[in-house]
Design a protein around this ligand. Structure first.
Ligand code: ZN
Length: 115
């Protein structure tokens, strides 16, 4: 299914083709502060429609992940990185998808703090 989403002010807009069965809640240092609920898709299924220059790429720690956020409204609607098998992957904040009620998804807890 194709989902549309973006930041709060509308500067960043994207679409992503993915199946959301469960969403991931992670307790790592950034996810716990951002309160993200994540769903993952190959980067080839993700299209940034607008906002390439409206974003900031925040990196920390090992700097393997790119935690993009909007320079204007501050919302981080997705992050990008490379999965262990080498696939370029996008972690989408399901809370930033249009017309999606996060209550409908089962939440899987991931102990990112310890990993
Ligand atoms: Zn914005």
């Amino acid at each position: 299914m194709i989902y549309n989403g973006g930041c709060h002010c509308g500067a960043v807009r994207f679409n992503v083709d993915m199946t959301i069965e469960k969403v991931m809640e992670c307790n790592c240092s950034i996810c716990s502060k951002r309160a993200h609920l994540l769903s993952f898709a190959p980067a080839s299924h993700f299209t940034l429609e607008k906002g390439e220059n409206a974003q900031t790429d925040y990196q920390f720690g090992k700097k393997t992940l790119h935690h993009m956020f909007c320079k204007t409204c501050g919302i981080g609607s997705y992050s990008t990185g490379t999965a262990p098998d080498g696939t370029k992957t996008v972690a989408v904040n399901v809370r930033c998808l249009d017309n999606v009620d996060v209550k409908h998804f089962e939440v899987i807890f991931y102990d990112g703090k310890s990993n």
